[in-house]
Design a protein around this ligand. Structure first.
Ligand code: SF4
Ligand code: SF4
Length: 144
């Protein structure tokens, strides 16, 4: 009986004198791993044109059915997404949409602060997806 008690006290004393692990969030943020699958972005060519060719592969592969695309065509017949909507409230952050994209047109960033007060605010439109979530978040590959 006394040995488990001493073992418990030893553990208590060990953590009593060790440094604090509480982070002063949100003033300080976690540095997440580079492979973190956070909020998505749509990438552009250096010319500024959206890379996405509205092939629908990401919408087809998405297991949560949270991507919807309305395709349109340029005068030269190049397809592009007139509307691209991604519902983060449904997304399970599996990364399949990124893996399947033949044009590297969609990426996931390290952004993890994506909570909102309403479900509607979690639905991102093309214009929002073309903007990086915040300057400190990096995409894995630079647009280009
Ligand atoms: S990460 Fe997965 S669930 Fe989220 S949009 Fe991409 S394919 Fe769908
Ligand atoms: S993001 Fe990629 S996979 Fe999805 S429609 Fe555009 S080009 Fe196709």
């Amino acid at each position: 009986m006394i040995i488990p008690l001493l073992q418990g006290l030893k553990l208590t004393l060990k953590y009593f004198f060790s440094g604090k692990v509480t982070m002063e969030y949100p003033e300080k943020k976690w540095d997440v791993a580079e492979r973190w699958r956070g909020r998505h972005v749509l990438t552009k060519h250096p010319s500024g044109k959206i890379r996405c060719v509205a092939c629908m592969l990401c919408a087809t592969v998405c297991p949560a059915e949270c991507i919807s695309i309305e395709a349109a065509a340029e005068p030269d017949n190049r397809k592009y997404p007139e509307k691209y909507t991604l519902d983060l409230g449904r997304c399970i952050f599996c990364g399949y949409c990124v893996e399947v994209c033949p044009k590297e047109a969609i990426e996931m960033t390290t952004a993890y602060e994506i909570s909102e007060y309403s479900r509607e605010d979690l639905i991102l439109e093309k214009e929002q997806l073309l903007e990086p979530p915040a300057p400190r978040y990096e995409t894995k590959k630079k647009a280009g």
